[in-house]
Every structure is written in structure tokens, then in C-alpha cells.
Write a protein that binds this ligand. Structure first.
Ligand SMILES: *[C@@H]1O[C@H](CO)[C@@H](O)[C@H](O)[C@H]1NC(C)=O
Ligand SMILES: *[C@@H]1O[C@H](CO)[C@@H](O)[C@H](O)[C@H]1NC(C)=O
Ligand SMILES: *[C@@H]1O[C@H](CO)[C@@H](O)[C@H](O)[C@H]1NC(C)=O
Ligand SMILES: *[C@@H]1O[C@H](CO)[C@@H](O)[C@H](O)[C@H]1NC(C)=O
Ligand SMILES: *[C@@H]1O[C@H](CO)[C@@H](O)[C@H](O)[C@H]1NC(C)=O
Ligand SMILES: *[C@@H]1O[C@H](CO)[C@@H](O)[C@H](O)[C@H]1NC(C)=O
Length: 939
């Protein structure tokens, strides 16, 4: 308390001694006061002091920045660098009319004094207070001149997801810096579907005992990936405690934030004991691209530190370089600030004067009137410093944040890659990537080989079974039926069955031992409900469940399932009777429609051929009765290619050719279909599938304890009263045999896996219809269990190498009944498969008729103009009559041709000379040409 008063007294005395600068607005002031609030008595503080002093000296000797204006640096030791004293120290600095304060060192102090900076409008420039929440709109005067920790946390989240870990443990100092940094880490991990499974806060400046207490809890947790986010001052102590607790061994992953690299850089070379404590640790370091400025600064560093007090030369940490650049940023901003014509004025804060009274003398601190302009100038700085290009993005963060990723091995460190906000993890320096489009694809994320704790390069699994030594309690249902899947060996605690064998084989494939014991679940009288078994995992009674557990939506809400190891959708089983082929089986190959269309086409083709042939072919002539008989006889005889009538016209032959082709195809299809119908055994049932069941009112059986019950009620909408639980296959068989009339069930609904077993010895029943759900069986684990993921991989491996099928065949032999290829439904051939054929045939008929009509019309016109004239311009009907008589007139021509043929035959018999030059084709020509040929013959 006394100390506070001393500080406040100093504040007051400063007020009276300080001179007000910049009163003259026509020229820039000769001196600008800037303050540094830092704990110079820490390792980081020591190098910061050297760097800041060097920067001020450089700027003051360089007239290109700020002209002749000098920076007057006031160093304020932040002796207890957190808490109330820091407020007093900040006030003291501000009372000296500083235009800006560099510092503070820690985020905790920054949070407190940002309120003062806001009130007095004095910008705070800090390069080591990296807490992401300091960037909030609440603190406009806090300006961070290094990278926001949120990017560091993004980098860690990227590393975690790059190595495929899902859960991490966060160990941190429970102050603003630690808490808010880890909060950011949680957000970034969540974006990558990972999480912090356990937060282990430690008191800031924890003692070894406190660290031990926390780390012992960490060692008991499941995750083995530990993110360490503390301060340079005491962070390394955590690693040495961890080493002594055996937590730096094989299997552990330690990811440290920038505090560790800063420790390594400043105190290098470290003692071999210190190095031993952090073997295999991954750490981040703010990335500063290689440049001439950086190299010359490094070579200057030895000169700068050699003369100073302390134990020999100090290493250079990135904080030192950022401190140096921070002074430059401020100088450049002031330069712009003055060039814009601004001046530096202070005025008393009326609010402070009112409240303080005389006792506190707070009115010594004054408001920096142009603070806002200076703040804006700082945000607009665009320069190249030792840390590389330096400018702010619109959200107030430094542009292009990047980190080096360091792996501690042997006596030194090794860089295993970089992380940049631009492209994520890479093994090439980030600045080479900025010219390319950003690429965050998984293939592009690369890191070099890491040497993990325990001197292994094999990626640690990242988790272990919690509560070491305890067995995994696995719940197994005590089934009373279908014991092939899972059953308890009589009076022992062991289980056997298909599900158990698959589980054991999968566990054997895991690269680590899984200690477990099976615990039976169920009363042994009826099948236990698997949903209840799964529910017990959520309450912690079991750590897993193994058995015939169907993966359903309801259950996946409670637990995580492995990949399904057997597919098993719901099916309907009904009793079926064999149908003997009946007397009318020959009708079945075609649908009625098909039969009808086929018959119509037979008649149609017959008619068309008759029309085409009628004029020329004697076979198609005669009295109308006979002609109709001919048409029918002709068309149906084509069915067997047995038609005797000759076709003589081209068009007739064309139509017949196509038709015969159609007949050929229909014949062979019919034959094939009938053969299959008569030879393959037919089964029939009144139930055709789940749809027909829903619409009926008959009772339906289901396996007691199965999820099918709730599925049928909730999803399918079957009334509860219709569902009959059936325990055993025997009970099921009886109920199905009785049928719904005698108090049995119409059908039985269960999963395919059980049904296959059920049907293997019962051939009177069969699956009807399709499988109407697509389920599978899996093993249940608590949500986000890494074991579920590993077992899934193992199950897939079993499926791929064929072991799964072998285990299946061992327990669930395929049945004899199902292999007979019994079919329930006859696949009749319908019109759909043939309409193309009929279309072609129909078109051919139509085309032939059309051509025939045109030809006949043409002949008719040529032949009868005089007739037309004599009868005058007859009406339409009289013209049609003439045309028809023309067509009929042909009859005489054919008659005379017949007569002549007879004559020719007798002529040919008497003389071998002469030839029948009249082809049938010629005969189809006009009657004039016929007459001409006749006369030629007679010559
Ligand atoms: C400079 O100060 C004088 C009074 O001292 C004032 O009249 C003048 O406007 C000021 N000029 C600027 C640019 O602020
Ligand atoms: C610096 O800290 C050490 C202990 O860490 C202490 O002994 C020493 O007195 C401090 N120096 C100053 C100037 O406060
Ligand atoms: C520099 O600042 C100190 C206070 O921190 C003050 O005593 C001193 O007079 C200032 N120097 C100049 C040249 O203004
Ligand atoms: C370091 O100091 C020595 C003399 O003190 C000087 O010769 C040398 O040039 C300095 N080096 C740098 C890089 O400043
Ligand atoms: C910063 O300066 C460089 C040149 O030095 C320029 O190319 C770049 O566009 C500037 N950036 C901004 C944001 O003004
Ligand atoms: C970081 O990257 C994101 C997008 O990847 C971008 O929106 C953001 O502005 C970047 N931040 C900085 C400071 O470069």
C-alpha cells in the first residue's frame, strides 16, 4: 500500500516538473517523449531493452525519419509485471507526456492498462502481449506489433489435424494470456473437427509442486497430445517436471507455443540437462523472412550485447527484433503525423479532475488530444523492417502472419516446416508462396519428419486407454434365440458367436493391446433390447457394446458406431406354396395386351398382303367367302412359316419378309419364356412385400427385442396392435404356419441376417418382396471414441482380406433352400419389349399400301381419261366407282392371263422352243403392256 502512495506521489511531482512539448504549431517539436513499460529484469526484458535503445539511437541519428526531432525514451520498469502496480507505473509514464507507450510485456497488464490508454488516448504498442482478445473493439488504443496468438493457435490446430489427432490437452497458465489463447485454440480445433478434451490450467508462475499436481491429472487423461501455452519465465519448468514424471516418453506429443523458442533462442546454448527435458517437443517461432536487414541486425547483435551487464552475450529472440521494429513503426507514424500538420497537445481530463479530489492527485495525467490521429498513422504504416514487410490489415492484425515449426532434437533444434496464414503448413518459406494462389488442400500440407519424444519417428497415436490398468467394460447381449450371432458359453464369462469372432479378429489387427472384459447384459429369458444396451454406454455402465447391434438413427444419436461388419436390412417372410404348372401355363409368357396386339397384327398383315396380291395373284382370288378364309389361313400359317400361297408382287413380298422376321422373334421369345416358366419352380404367396402388408389388417410377427418394432410403428405406420413379438425361430415357424385366420401371423419381419439363418432349415417360407431398409451391424462406443475409428479400419481390413466372409461361413452357413432359385413372380413378356418390332412392321404395311395406291392411281389416270370425259365431270362418288371398277376390271385381265398360261403350257409341251419371258413382275404392269406382251407372244 505504501508503495502505491509513493508511486502516486511521484506521479504528482512529475506533473509539476514536466515540460509541455510541441506548443509551437508552426514547427515540429524538437523532442517527442515515448515511454517503455517492460520488465527489464527478465530474459526477454533484457534483450528488449537493448533492442529498443538501439532503435532509438538509430532513429535519432537518421534525419530521414522525423527530421531533427529526437525521441526521448523513458524506461519504466514493470517490476511486478501484472496487476495493480502496473497501473500506477503506466500512469507515471503517462504523466511525463509520452505520446505512446511501448509495452507492456504481458497480456494481463495489457488488459488492465488498455483502459487507461483508452481514457488518455495514448497508443500502446506491444509485441509480446499476444492475447487474441486484446484486438477487440474494446481496446482501440492497443496496437499489437507482432502476430496475434490466434494465428499461432490456428497453426497448432493445423498441425494437430495434419497428424490426424482428434483431441488435445491444453496446459496453460490461468491468466488472460493463457486462457484466451487456449480459447482461440478451441475454436480453431473445432473448425477442424478436433477438440480440447481436457483443459489443465496452472496458477501463473506455478511452482514445481503445482505443476506436478496438474501434470499428474494430465497423465491420467486419454489424450496424449499436449499443447503447452505459458510464458518464457516459468514454461520450461513444466517440461522438466513432465520429464521427471515420465511424460516425455514414447507416445506423448508436446506442442509448445512461442514461449519455448524464445527461451531457447535467448538462453542458447542451453545446458544438456535443459535440452534433455524437451527432446521431441514441437515449438513455434514467429517467422521473420531472411533479408539483408535481418542478417546485418544479427551480426550487430553480438556487439550490442557484449558490453552489457549480465552473464555474457544474450541470444536474440524474435521479440528483440519485433521490439526494434516497433520503435521504427512508431517513428514512421510520428513522421506522417507531423507531416499532416498535427501537433502534440495535452489537456486535463475533466472527468478525472471531478472524481479524484485532492487526495489522489490523478489530475496530473492528461489526455493526449491528437492520440486518435497518431493511432491512425500507426495503422497506416507501410514499411520494410528487420521483420520484413510491415503493414496492418483492415482488422488491425499484422499482414501475412507466419510461424516456423521447430522440433527439438539432440543438442539443438531442427526446422520441420512453416505455417503461414496464406497457405497453411509447408516446407518452403512462406514468402515464396505469396506469389502463388493460396492452396490449403490436404496434399499441399507438408512437414518434414518429426522426431517425437522417445526418439521415434513413428507418429504417436495420440491417445491411450484412460485409467491405466482398468479393463474396458464391454456389454454383450444375452440372446435367447439365434445364438449363432452371440451367446454366452454356459456358466462362464466368455462369449462366442459370429459377432464375437469378428470383434476378436478386428481387435487382433489393432497395433496395440486393448484390455477388455465382456459383461453379459439381459435376463436370459428374453432377448435384451439393444437400444437399452447402447443407452448404458452413455451413462457409463459400459465402455462399449459388442453384439448384433443394428446401426439405427436413434442409436447413433447416443453412441459412435464402427463400420458395419454385416449388412442386414429388414425383410418380410411369409409362408409360400409351390404352384404346379397349370393347364393354362402356355398363356403366361405373354401379357394379355401382348397377345391382343400380336393377334391384331396377324390379321392386319393378312389383310395387307391380300390387298397387295389380290389383283395379280390367283391364290388370293375367288368368291368373297373363300377370300376371307384365305386371308385368315394365310396370316396364321405364317406363324409356322407354313403358308402355301405364293406372293407375287414386290410390295407383298416386302411386307411378308418383314412380318416373317417379326414372327421369328416372337416365336423364339415365347419358346424361351415358356421353357423357363415350366422348368423353374414357382412359389406363390398372397403377400408380395411390405406394401401389401401395410394395406392389410393381418397380424405381423417381429423378433422380440428387435428395433423392427419401433421402425414399423414410427416409420411405416403399422398399428401397434397388429405387431406380435416372437421369441424363437420355432415360435415364429408355428405362428407363420397357423396363419392369420388361426391366431398366427400373416408375415414375419426381421433383419436379413436372422432370416437367412431362419430359412436355412425351413423351406416352406420365403422372403417376399425387397429388403426395405438398408441397415448394418456395428460395435458401439462412446461418442468420439478413437477406438471406434481404429476398429472401423480393422473391420474394413477384415472385409478386404476375406476373413469376414470366412467367419460368416463358419457361423452362418448358406442355406440349402435358398439356392434352388425359386421365383415368386413370373416375368411375363409384355408389349414394351416388342413395340419397336411392331412399329417397323406396321410402317412397312402402311408404306406398301401407300405405294400400291399411288401406282394404281397413276395407271388409272393413264387408262381412263376418255372414260372420264364421256361420263362428264362426274361427282366424287361416281369417280370412286369408276376407279373401283378399274381395279376390278383387272380381274378379266387376270382371267385372260390364266387362259393364256394354259395355252402356253400346252404350247410348251408341244414344242421345246420358246421361253416364258413373262415374269410375274411384268404381269403387274398395266393392262396395256399386258396386251402388248400378249400380241408379242401370239406372233
Ligand atoms: C498555430 O497556432 C496559432 C496560434 O498559436 C493558430 O492561430 C494557428 O491557426 C495554428 N495553426 C495550425 C496549422 O494549427
Ligand atoms: C532482478 O531479478 C533478480 C531475481 O530474479 C533480483 O535478484 C534482482 O535484484 C533484480 N534486479 C533488479 C534491478 O530489480
Ligand atoms: C526526457 O524525458 C524525461 C522524463 O522521462 C525528462 O525528465 C527529460 O527532461 C526529457 N528530455 C527532454 C530533452 O525533454
Ligand atoms: C562491432 O564492434 C567492433 C568494435 O567494437 C567494430 O569494429 C565492428 O565493426 C562492429 N561490428 C558491427 C557489425 O557493428
Ligand atoms: C506498401 O508499399 C509498397 C511499396 O513500398 C507498395 O507496393 C504497397 O502497395 C504498399 N501497400 C499498401 C497497403 O499501401
Ligand atoms: C488470414 O487468412 C484469412 C483467410 O485465409 C484472411 O481472411 C485474413 O485476412 C488473413 N489474415 C491476415 C492477417 O493476413
Amino acid at each position: 500500500m505504501i508503495r502505491v502512495w509513493i508511486v502516486l506521489l511521484m506521479v504528482v511531482s512529475n506533473l509539476f516538473s514536466s515540460s509541455v512539448v510541441g506548443l509551437d504549431n508552426s514547427t515540429v517539436p524538437p523532442v517527442v517523449n515515448i515511454g517503455v513499460l517492460y520488465s527489464f529484469n527478465t530474459s526477454v526484458g533484457r534483450i528488449v531493452k537493448i533492442a529498443v535503445e538501439a532503435a532509438v539511437a538509430d532513429i535519432n541519428s537518421d534525419t530521414s525519419i522525423l527530421g531533427n526531432t529526437k525521441l526521448n525514451l523513458s524506461l519504466q520498469e514493470d517490476s511486478k509485471y501484472r496487476g495493480f502496480l502496473s497501473i500506477a507505473e503506466a500512469l507515471q509514464l503517462m504523466a511525463t507526456h509520452t505520446v505512446a507507450i511501448i509495452g507492456p510485456q504481458t497480456s494481463t497488464t495489457a488488459h488492465v492498462i488498455s483502459h487507461i490508454a483508452n481514457e488518455l488516448q495514448v497508443p500502446l504498442l506491444s509485441f509480446s502481449a499476444t492475447d487474441p482478445t486484446l484486438s477487440s473493439l474494446q481496446f482501440p488504443f492497443f496496437i499489437r506489433t507482432a502476430f496475434n496468438d490466434i494465428f499461432q493457435m490456428t497453426a497448432i490446430a493445423d498441425i494437430v489435424s495434419h497428424f490426424g489427432w482428434r483431441e488435445v490437452i491444453a496446459v496453460y497458465g490461468d491468466d488472460d494470456h493463457g486462457r484466451n489463447g487456449i480459447g482461440g485454440l478451441g475454436d480453431k480445433l473445432a473448425e477442424r473437427r478436433c477438440k480440447i478434451s481436457f483443459k489443465a490450467p496452472m496458477p501463473p508462475e506455478a511452482t514445481s509442486e503445482e505443476i506436478t499436481d496438474v501434470l499428474v491429472q494430465v497423465a491420467l487423461a486419454e489424450s496424449r497430445v499436449i499443447v503447452l501455452h505459458t510464458s518464457t519465465a516459468w514454461g520450461p519448468k513444466v517440461l522438466s517436471v513432465a520429464k521427471s514424471l515420465g511424460m516425455m516418453q514414447n507416445g506423448y506429443v508436446w506442442i509448445a507455443t512461442t514461449f519455448l523458442t524464445s527461451f531457447i533462442d535467448i538462453d542458447s546454448p542451453l545446458s544438456s540437462e535443459e535440452m534433455d527435458n524437451m527432446q521431441g517437443v514441437i515449438a513455434l517461432r514467429m517467422y521473420i523472412p531472411d533479408s539483408k536487414l535481418k542478417r546485418s541486425f544479427f551480426s550487430r547483435w553480438t556487439n550490442l550485447t557484449s558490453g552489457k551487464e549480465g552473464n555474457g552475450p544474450l541470444g536474440l529472440s524474435t521479440y528483440g527484433i519485433f521490439a526494434y521494429d516497433t520503435v521504427y513503426v512508431l517513428a514512421r507514424a510520428l513522421d506522417t503525423f507531423f507531416k499532416q500538420g498535427n501537433r502534440i497537445t495535452f489537456s486535463p481530463d475533466p472527468k478525472i479532475s471531478q472524481i479524484s479530489g485532492d487526495s489522489l492527485h490523478l489530475d496530473a495525467v492528461k489526455i493526449f488530444n491528437e492520440g486518435n490521429q497518431l493511432r491512425k498513422s500507426i495503422h497506416e504504416v507501410n514499411m520494410t523492417g528487420v521483420t520484413g514487410p510491415f503493414r496492418y490489415t483492415s482488422d488491425g492484425n499484422l499482414a501475412n502472419p507466419a510461424y516456423e515449426i521447430i522440433n527439438v532434437i539432440g543438442t539443438g533444434t531442427r526446422r520441420i516446416g512453416y505455417w503461414s496464414n496464406y497457405s497453411g503448413l509447408s516446407i518452403v518459406p512462406p514468402e515464396t508462396l505469396y506469389s502463388k494462389p493460396p492452396n490449403r488442400s490436404i496434399e499441399n500440407q507438408k512437414l518434414l519428419t518429426v522426431f517425437w519424444p522417445g526418439e521415434t519417428t513413428q507418429r504417436p497415436r495420440g491417445w491411450v486407454f484412460p485409467n491405466n490398468g482398468k479393463m474396458l467394460k464391454i456389454g454383450v447381449p444375452k440372446r435367447v434365440s439365434y445364438r449363432e450371432f452371440v451367446s454366452q458359453v454356459q456358466s462362464t464369462d466368455t462369449f462366442k458367436g459370429f459377432c464375437i469372432d469378428v470383434f476378436l479378429s478386428a481387435v487382433n489387427l489393432l497395433p496395440y493391446a486393448v484390455p477388455y472384459k465382456f459383461i453379459p447384459y439381459g435376463d436370459g429369458q428374453s432377448n435384451p433390447s439393444n437400444t437399452e444396451l447402447v443407452r448404458l454406454i452413455t451413462t457409463g455402465v459400459f465402455d462399449a457394446a459388442v453384439g448384433d447391434i443394428t446401426i439405427t438413427t436413434e442409436r447413433t444419436r447416443m453412441v459412435d458406431f464402427t463400420q458395419p461388419y454385416i449388412e442386414s436390412g429388414l425383410v418380410v417372410v411369409a409362408s409360400v406354396k409351390k404352384t404346379d404348372s397349370n393347364a393354362w401355363a402356355f398363356l403366361t409368357p405373354f401379357t394379355p395386351m401382348m397377345w391382343t396386339v400380336t393377334a391384331i397384327f396377324f390379321l392386319l398383315v393378312g389383310a395387307v398382303v391380300w390387298i397387295l396380291e389380290h389383283r395379280l395373284n390367283d391364290d388370293f382370288r375367288g368368291p368373297p367367302k373363300k377370300q376371307v378364309a384365305t386371308i385368315l389361313w394365310f396370316s396364321f400359317s405364317t406363324m409356322f412359316f407354313a403358308h402355301r400361297e405364293n406372293t407375287v408382287s414386290t410390295l407383298g413380298r416386302f411386307v411378308l419378309l418383314i412380318w416373317l422376321f417379326v414372327v421369328l422373334i416372337i416365336n423364339s421369345s415365347y419358346t424361351a419364356s415358356l421353357t423357363s416358366i415350366l422348368t423353374v419352380q414357382q412359389l406363390s404367396s398372397s403377400i408380395k412385400g411390405i406394401e401389401s402388408l401395410v394395406n392389410s389388417k393381418e397380424p405381423i410377427g417381429y423378433m422380440q427385442g428387435s428395433f423392427a418394432r419401433s421402425y414399423l410403428i414410427d416409420e411405416i405406420g403399422i398399428h401397434e396392435s397388429r405387431l406380435v413379438p416372437l421369441k424363437t425361430p420355432e415360435e415364429t415357424m408355428k405362428a407363420l404356419e397357423k396363419g392369420p385366420q388361426k391366431g398366427g401371423v400373416a408375415a414375419y419381419i426381421n433383419e436379413r441376417a436372422y432370416i437367412e439363418l431362419f430359412l436355412s432349415s425351413r423351406c416352406d417360407f420365403s422372403i417376399v418382396g425387397q429388403e426395405f431398409t438398408r441397415n448394418g451391424w456395428g460395435y458401439a462406443f462412446p461418442p468420439d471414441s478413437p477406438l471406434a475409428v481404429d476398429l472401423s479400419t480393422a473391420i474394413l481390413e477384415l472385409a478386404e482380406n476375406g476373413d469376414l466372409q470366412r467367419i460368416h461361413d463358419k457361423w452362418l452357413l448358406s442355406s440349402a433352400c435358398r439356392s434352388q432359385g425359386a421365383k415368386l413372380e413370373v416375368d411375363r413378356l409384355n408389349l414394351k419389349s416388342f413395340w419397336g418390332l411392331y412399329l417397323v412392321c406396321g410402317l412397312a404395311c402402311f408404306l406398301a399400301l401407300l405405294i400400291y395406291l399411288i401406282q394404281t392411281m397413276r395407271q388409272y389416270k393413264k387408262h381412263s381419261p376418255e372414260e372420264l370425259e364421256s361420263s362428264g365431270h362426274g361427282s366424287g362418288s361416281s369417280r370412286l366407282r369408276t376407279f373401283l371398277s378399274f381395279v376390278d376390271e383387272k380381274e378379266d385381265a387376270v382371267k385372260s392371263r390364266k387362259r393364256r398360261q394354259m395355252e402356253r403350257m400346252s404350247y410348251r409341251s408341244t414344242s421345246e422352243v420358246g421361253s416364258n419371258i413373262i415374269s410375274n413382275k411384268d404381269l403387274s404392269l398395266s393392262s396395256t403392256s399386258l396386251n402388248r406382251i400378249d400380241s408379242a407372244n401370239e406372233v
